[in-house]
Design a protein around this ligand. Structure first.
Ligand SMILES: Nc1ncnc2c1ncn2[C@@H]1O[C@H](COP(=O)(O)OP(=O)(O)O)[C@@H](O)[C@H]1O
Ligand SMILES: [Mg+2]
Length: 344
């Protein structure tokens, strides 16, 4: 158990989520193969340390949102363990899970989808307090207004009465952040929290999230498809591709010594603010393959500029990158047994 290791808040082991595909009766009768499924998450392992921002990055469809929902058990894993503060929540009863839920929250990317359009902003923010505590209406109102001031929805008395459509996008996202934090969770899963905000307010929202993390001793699982955003906020990062974690480590190690060709390609594709310097390169050719039928061996091999025969034959495991601690990559050519095959 993670009890010996007090700085770990969440430990994820062999985490797997397969979604069955709806097939009509006739196709099921005619199909000799076993039922097909979407391999959204396939054996993912990582730790989130108390007080850190752990990032998950990767292109759309790589399984980031599914991992975030599994960590909070908003969806049940097909296989694997999620150990939250020493308790395996993958196997918790609904009743015990309800109590655990007060310690974790999620911030979605779309504030419109997460705020009830017919509820006043203040009531929306206080909804979780109503469910998770026995505070009186007056106490609740005080707690909510204090949190609203904190996230910059000021004057709180005025904004309390407003409805979601009367707020700007940035203000709505502040309301969503306030709603997540007002119950004082320990872990916050933030799923692309600034992706839908105006470019002009993104940095402000990130600064707010960093300030809140420090002041409330929070731990973040921060999901983003954007490595520039991740660089700004994350302490450590995991890179996902087609349901697999292909690289994980301290942000600085991963960014300065990317050890999987996919991480390398993602970093090369980050836009550079200075127009004089090199232009971003497009990601390697080809779409992300279908997670119903992932490529054999290394799932990245059809798009990998370095791929050799073994890459399509044997699946690489996460292995330590030489000369660093806690930096792992899953690539035959950088960390595996076939390093001698890597192009010089
Ligand atoms: N409820 C679901 N039913 C079936 N397939 C799903 C479901 N949710 C996600 N998927 C599939 O799982 C894969 C991973 O999705 P997701 O976790 O949303 O990735 P990301 O957040 O990285 O874009 C995608 O192929 C997606 O279509
Ligand atoms: Mg997503």
């Amino acid at each position: 158990m993670s009890d010996q290791n007090h700085d770990v808040l969440v430990q994820v082991k062999g985490l797997t989520k397969h979604y069955p595909i709806q097939q009509d009766f006739i196709s099921r009768l005619l199909s000799a193969e076993e039922a097909k499924k979407v391999r959204a998450v396939d054996g993912v392992e990582f730790d989130i340390r108390r007080g850190e921002v752990f990032g998950l990055a990767g292109e759309s469809g790589s399984g980031k949102t599914t991992v975030g929902r599994l960590v909070l058990r908003l969806t049940d894993p097909t296989e694997g363990d999620i150990i939250f503060d020493g308790v395996n929540i993958a196997r918790l009863s609904n009743e015990d899970m309800r109590q655990m839920r007060a310690r974790m929250q999620i911030i979605f990317q779309d504030p419109f989808a997460s705020l009830n359009p017919r509820m006043r902003i203040g009531d929306g923010i206080g909804h979780g307090v109503k469910i998770h505590s026995d505070a009186t209406a007056t106490e609740r109102r005080t707690v909510v207004e204090t949190m609203m001031e904190y996230v910059g929805l000021t004057p709180a008395k005025l904004y309390y009465e407003k409805y979601p459509h009367q707020l700007s996008g940035g203000q709505r996202q502040r309301a969503v952040i306030a709603r997540a934090l007002v119950t004082r969770p320990e872990l916050v899963v933030a799923d692309e929290p600034i992706a839908m905000a105006d470019v002009s307010v993104r940095a402000l929202l990130l600064e707010l999230m960093i300030r809140l993390k420090e002041d409330f001793n929070l731990t973040y699982l921060f999901i983003t498809h954007d490595l520039a955003t991740a660089k700004y906020i994350c302490d450590r990062i995991g890179i996902m591709y087609l349901g697999k974690l292909v690289e994980v480590g301290d942000l600085r190690d991963v960014y300065t010594h990317p050890s999987h060709p996919y991480t390398d390609a993602l970093l090369e594709a980050v836009p550079v603010p200075d127009p004089e310097s090199r232009h971003e390169k497009p990601l390697p050719k080809g779409e992300i393959p279908n997670p119903i039928d992932p490529p054999s061996g290394c799932r990245f091999h059809p798009r990998c500029p370095l791929a050799v025969d073994v890459c399509s034959e044997i699946e690489p495991e996460l292995r330590p990158v030489e000369g660093s601690t806690g930096h792992l990559a899953a690539c035959h050519l950088t960390t595996g047994d076939y390093r001698h095959l890597a192009p010089k």
